[in-house]
Design a protein around this ligand. Structure first.
Ligand code: FE2
Length: 429
């Protein structure tokens, strides 16, 4: 039977408002602490947060249950001819997470103790990003590494390291990041006996500071807080092994001297270190919280304006003051793919199941959000000003879907709430 009462809203690309039950739509805000009728606020992001306004597409949904609350997807065999493409192994659209790696090679250095977890695109595309984890117990004596596939953003999680690069030396401790440009030779020495952390490998355009738009001339990461090394060289006429990453594979050769022999240099292509505590975190002083793009430290653009090949985003200590607002990261489906790591502390959307050194993946449009416990607490808590302290999480967000490596898939766990988490159903009149 056709429903003669069907009604429509006109205007392609318009900003619509509609509610099927009176009072379901929040007035004047997106994400109240307790949406009316026990509904869940969920953002559906059809473009990156930072897409220009005229291209930006997103809707806020007020729903009876969050999309995040579902059982894992399994392979569907009912339409045998549909969508069958040759190529890589099918990847289930499930949220995944990893505990800190415990089975990386023992007594390894930074290179031998590294495992690739996620990759998006391939190096020859000159676009995409990979996420690796490392655990090292010895330095790279008589060895250097050079990655021609991408620049490396190194995030120590345990143990300070010293980068010996062609352009100088940098000490990088947990809470700071080191950035090594594509094609620059370097080694990693350990300052605390052992080291563990993450590496984001950017195949695309070099990371840069994001545009600030209406924020103005100041805020987020400041150029003056990035530190490049002064010239330094080693005069070593002994055999040195050179490991080179090229098109996804490692190659080795040896020299009869150290290639870290640059006595002077000038230019603007250089390694940096950056103390994440210098990041000037901005947030709301009224209601709702901005999209997490407000925490972007560095960004690698794609060919689409405002859409990042890779955004490096942090969730640092900060004051939360929003009134009548659901303060943790909201329920979300995102056209961008989100890989998250934790340097220390607790992440405010995941009370459990996300340990420092661990990793999580929320791929293209997968429903995600706070776990049941975090949602319950944030829905009930008194909204006084609160300082989130003692935590540092980060995200490497990319416009390209991530594929876990075989190593990663073998160790993956379903994300904390892939079983029915039991979010209570909204109470409609
Ligand atoms: Fe998200």
């Amino acid at each position: 039977m056709r429903d003669a009462a069907l009604r429509y809203m006109t205007g392609f690309g318009g900003h619509f408002e509609t509610e099927a039950v009176e009072g379901a739509l929040p007035k004047g805000r997106n994400s109240p602490q307790r949406p009316a009728l026990g509904l869940y606020a969920e953002q559906l992001s059809g473009t990156s947060f930072t897409a220009p306004r005229h291209d930006n597409r997103r809707s806020w949904l007020y729903r009876m249950r969050p999309t995040a609350d579902h059982r894992p997807f399994e392979r569907y065999d009912g339409a045998p001819l549909f969508g069958a493409a040759a190529g890589e192994e099918p990847l289930a659209p499930n949220r995944l997470r990893w505990d800190p790696p415990t089975d990386l090679p023992a007594n390894a250095d930074f290179i031998d103790g590294m495992a690739t977890m996620l990759h998006a695109r391939v190096p020859e595309d000159l676009e995409g990003v990979a996420v690796h984890v490392y655990a090292a117990e010895r330095g790279m004596d008589r060895r250097v590494f050079v990655d021609v596939d991408g620049e490396l953003l190194i995030l120590p999680q345990q143990g300070a390291i010293e980068l010996h690069t062609e352009l100088g030396r940098l000490e990088v401790a947990p809470g700071s990041v080191g950035l090594v440009p594509r094609g620059l030779k370097f080694r990693v020495q350990l300052l605390d006996g052992q080291a563990r952390g993450y590496v984001a490998e950017n195949y695309g355009p070099p990371l840069r500071l994001p545009e600030l738009g209406p924020i103005g001339a100041n805020g987020l990461a400041a150029a003056r807080d990035f530190e490049a090394p002064v010239a330094w060289f080693e005069d070593l006429d002994e055999e040195v092994e050179v490991i080179q990453k090229f098109l996804g594979h490692l190659w080795v050769t040896s020299l009869d001297h150290s290639p870290l022999d640059v006595v002077a240099w000038h230019g603007n292509y250089a390694p940096f270190r950056y103390d994440l505590a210098r990041f000037n975190a901005l947030g709301t002083v009224s209601f709702d919280h901005p999209d997490p793009s407000i925490f972007t430290v560095l960004t690698s653009p794609s060919n689409v304006p405002g859409r990042a090949n890779a955004d490096f985003v942090i969730f640092p200590p900060r004051w939360m003051v929003a009134e009548d607002t659901f303060r943790p990261p909201w329920f979300h489906r995102n056209v961008m793919s989100e890989a998250m790591g934790l340097i220390h502390g607790e992440y405010d959307a995941k009370a459990e199941g996300f340990a420092p050194g661990g990793l999580s993946l929320h791929n293209l449009m997968s429903g995600h959000g706070p776990d049941l416990d975090s949602w319950g607490k944030a829905s009930e808590s008194e909204l006084k000003p609160v300082k989130v302290e003692g935590t540092l999480a980060f995200m490497v967000e990319t416009c390209w879907p991530y594929r876990p490596t075989r190593f990663a898939l073998e160790r993956a766990q379903p994300d904390y709430d892939l079983a029915w988490a039991g979010f209570p159903k909204a109470r409609l009149p």
